[in-house]
Design a protein around this ligand. Structure first.
Ligand code: ADP
Ligand code: MG
Length: 400
């Protein structure tokens, strides 16, 4: 793969950098600026080289239309604060405002263009439409640097087609992310423990499929665990359940047994009367979720305290841990314990501890942990998972 070292003499050249600045927002307030921070090394390098730097990114899913709440304006502001320099912002992506801002850009300056996804070409199904949009962006620059690790698994104009239109290379974030993923896939130090949670079991089954033979223990929590419990024949009340995935999960459980791999499921569950901070709560055995006073309307919203301690024990004794997906609805305090205990245990691992996934990364920061307490917090949830699934990543293939 081509890297920044393959792009010599960038002084006074215009370099377009695809970052992933898709941060979580509360109104116009950035609730977790981890992705902005992760983009800094490449941008600082390019500034240091005396390049004119154009930053492009998406934010949210505005589906090809201008949606004010998904403007990258506030993100450009935060980027300027973190870089300690003036960062200019164009109120469109390839329109007249962007054109004049690009024309005024000086050596060592940074310009952020408005949200790529305000343009239908960015995510168009038709490759000709994507190419047309990519050409408009390419016209702004001499070089392209791909550094939005969170989107390298997507065949989108700014990730795939654009890289084919200019001399291009991977940025420092992509290099760093790949280094860690390689350590997870090639001879990981053992015991190797994978912890999966989060809301969508169908999103994560591919990774189980691929990783199962390589891990020593697989711990499952979060909303996806109820499909596992249902596969064991337990009734899960009104908890998240993907009925159409039960058979597949049964297959994994059987295969794990044959391979001698331990799939660790919670033995107790925090069951709530409803979804919300003011819910009534009972802790019960995983097989007795409908046995609480809430009956079949009970909702499992976190792994129970005994399970959290057991998960933490397994994690602490591992040499390599990959964790994706919160153990419960951590956004609500009374369902955050499982996620907290798992995060804490990862910080105590004597070896490689990796957190992947947008919500998981946000969770550890919101719960008060700092990035330095983990070996690595990945900026790309879907991208890391697809890499671990062994899938081809269009945004990386095109840089080879
Ligand atoms: P990531 O972005 O890290 O890959 P996901 O998007 O898969 O994680 O899942 C994160 C979401 O899962 C969180 O918003 C959390 O509230 C939710 N979640 C976790 N456990 C449960 C549960 N038991 N029931 C419903 N939602 C849950
Ligand atoms: Mg998520």
């Amino acid at each position: 793969m081509r890297t920044l070292a393959d792009l010599p003499n960038l002084k006074s050249k215009t370099v377009i950098v695809r970052c992933d600045l898709n941060v979580p927002l509360d109104g116009s307030k950035i609730t977790d600026d981890g992705r902005v921070i992760a983009s800094l090394p490449t941008l600082k390098y390019l500034i240091g080289e005396g390049a004119k730097v154009i930053v492009i990114s998406h934010l949210g899913r505005p589906a090809g239309e201008v949606v004010a709440k998904y403007s990258l304006g506030p993100v450009a502001g935060r980027l300027g604060e973190l870089l300690g320099t003036d960062v200019s912002f164009a109120s469109d992506t390839v329109g007249s405002n962007a054109k004049s801002a690009v024309a005024n850009l000086q050596d060592g300056q940074v310009l952020v263009l408005e949200n790529l996804r305000f343009n239908p070409g960015e995510t168009a199904k038709d490759s000709a439409e994507r190419s047309a949009f990519a050409s408009e962006i390419a016209a702004f620059g001499d070089f392209f640097v791909s550094d939005g690790f969170g989107v390298v698994h997507r065949k989108q104009a700014s990730v795939y087609e654009l890289a084919g239109l200019l001399p291009s290379a991977a940025g420092l974030l992509i290099e760093a992310e790949l280094k860690v993923l390689v350590r997870l896939t090639k001879n990981p130090e053992r015991p190797y423990v994978v912890v999966l949670g989060g809301s969508k079991v169908s999103d994560k089954l591919g990774v189980i499929d691929h990783l199962l033979p390589h891990v020593n223990q697989l711990l499952v929590g979060g909303g996806m665990v109820f499909t596992f419990l249902a596969a064991l024949g337990y009734k899960v009340g009104s908890s998240l359940l993907e009925v159409d995935q039960i058979e597949r999960v049964k297959g994994y459980l059987k295969r794990a047994e044959e391979l001698g791999i331990e799939v660790v499921l919670p033995t107790d569950i925090v069951v709530a009367s409803k979804f919300g901070a003011d819910a009534e709560v009972k802790v019960t055995g995983s097989d007795l979720i409908e046995g609480t006073p809430f009956g079949a309307s009970g909702l499992g919203l976190d792994i129970g305290p005994a399970s959290a301690l057991h998960f933490a024990d397994v994690i602490r004794n591992a040499k390599t841990v990959f964790w994706n997906g919160p153990m419960g609805v951590f956004e609500i305090d009374q369902f955050a314990n499982g996620t907290k205990q798992v995060a804490l245990a990862l910080t105590e691992v004597d070896g490689l501890s990796v957190v992947g996934g947008g919500d998981s990364a946000a969770a550890v920061r919101i719960l008060g942990f700092s990035d330095e307490q983990f070996s690595h917090i990945s900026t790309g949830g879907g991208a890391s998972l697809e890499y671990l699934e062994g899938k081809e990543m269009p945004g990386l293939e095109v840089l080879k």
